[in-house]
Design a protein around this ligand. Structure first.
Ligand SMILES: [Fe+2]
Length: 425
């Protein structure tokens, strides 16, 4: 099956050229507040240094586009192929993921030179009307880099959270606790239906978002907003982390082994909950959505509430037809925002925090892996992970779709992940 049937493209040549430059500039702007040391240290095996993100996204264009399609392209540095290949077995050996922080050389400034070199070559290629296959791969490379922009920020947050000085990635505006009232929790009912799920024929999508297919969705009800920090504090204060019956077995084992007693970045000081954010150490905002929780915590909370997590099909049913607007990266808030108490219907479907669903990340019916290295992009990760929907406060605008399927293992907590309750109707 050809790539064009799976990684769909949306853009005309000029628009693609503009998109490419915007994405490349955005990554560098996001790295501007970082020192070489900030950009080099790796805080855990799951996180990557910012320098590595900047180089790997560049390597992707070099390995997938320039080397195969531009015979005259001069490789910037042959060693970079080993250093910045992420997980592409078909492209050869690579630096082990947990040891990406050992790459103290090349320096950040040398990586920025690497980016310029590849940008220059891509620029020339795009000006020369490179054809459909190259256009598809460049567009994929841009969406890939947008994914890494979010990871760069969540990995920096994890890194800065390990620093006893709690440095702020950006200055501490807006300061913290909102005065808005808590939006009351209500539920929207959806009738039983056979629903079309997955991305349609128009616009870019990852392979895992298709093929579009029919799903029988039983009647259900979906919460109008995300679960808040105040509600999470009630769960904590009610002993939610001590009641084994609320937890999936694997989750309870994590609670015991890791000593989980609150969301990842929460810390109690003088009787008040504080948390690490990209704007430094801040009081927890009770009306804002809870974030940095694992699937297992989300599931336990839902059980404690007498509800459940939605399936990804229920979530997509509810999201279809809703404008893709919300608190994304371009608000520069860098934190999830409280729901409005004055708005009816479903809120916060897009942006703020990724919403855990109870659906395993599995191939849709008739899914086939793309041929070649790009086939390793999503398909080989379809085991042992759960789907999250809707994007977060650090997802680049324009990167989100109702059909978008993010995925992480059930124990992952360092992403901007939260939850929305659902129930059977
Ligand atoms: Fe990647």
């Amino acid at each position: 099956m050809k790539t064009s049937q799976l990684f769909q493209t949306a853009l005309e040549p000029d628009a693609l050229h503009t998109f490419f430059h915007d994405v490349r500039q955005t990554s560098e702007r996001l790295a501007e507040p970082l020192s070489d040391a900030d950009a080099t240290v790796q805080s855990m095996a799951d996180a990557s240094p910012a320098k590595w993100h900047l180089a790997h996204t560049t390597w992707f264009f070099e390995a997938m586009v320039l080397k195969p399609f531009v015979p005259a392209y001069k490789t910037f540095d042959e060693d970079f192929h080993f250093l910045f290949n992420s997980y592409y077995e078909t492209l050869g050996a690579r630096q082990p993921r947990p040891r990406r922080g050992m790459i103290t050389r090349p320096t950040l400034s040398h990586i920025l030179d690497y980016r310029k070199h590849v940008d220059h070559a891509l620029d020339a290629l795009l000006r020369a009307s490179p054809g459909q296959r190259v256009a598809e791969l460049v567009e994929l490379g841009c969406h890939h880099e947008q994914q890494h922009q979010e990871l760069l920020l969540t990995d920096i947050l994890h890194l800065f959270a390990q620093n006893p000085l709690h440095p702020a990635y950006r200055d501490p505006r807006p300061v913290t606790v909102e005065t808005a009232d808590l939006s009351p929790l209500s539920f929207t009912a959806f009738d039983e239906a056979i629903v079309e799920i997955g991305h349609g024929p128009v616009g870019f999508a990852y392979d895992s978002e298709g093929p579009r297919h029919r799903v029988l969705v039983e009647p259900f009800r979906l919460a109008n907003r995300l679960v808040t920090n105040a509600e999470w504090a009630d769960f904590v204060n009610d002993g939610g982390y001590q009641k084994s019956l609320l937890w999936l077995s694997e989750g309870w084992a994590k609670v015991q082994a890791e000593g989980w007693s609150q969301p990842l970045y929460w810390e109690e000081r003088d009787g008040q909950n504080w948390m690490m954010t990209l704007r430094g150490f801040q009081p927890v905002d009770p009306t804002a959505p809870v974030t940095h929780i694992s699937y297992f915590e989300a599931d336990a909370f839902a059980t404690w509430s007498g509800k459940r997590l939605p399936t990804e099909f229920e979530w997509e049913t509810a999201a279809q037809g809703i404008a893709i607007q919300g608190n994304f990266l371009d608000t520069h808030r860098f934190r999830p925002k409280p729901a409005s108490p004055h708005v009816g219907g479903l809120q916060q479907m897009f942006g703020d925090v990724w919403e855990w669903t109870r659906s395993a990340f599995l191939p849709y019916p008739r899914f086939r892996t793309v041929e070649g290295a790009v086939g390793e992009y999503n398909g080989k990760f379809m085991s042992g992970q759960f789907v999250l929907r809707g994007g977060s406060c650090v997802t680049p605008p324009g990167h989100m779709r109702a059909s978008y399927r993010n995925f992480f293992p059930g124990h992952a907590r360092w992403q901007f992940s939260g939850l929305r309750l659902a129930e059977d109707a």
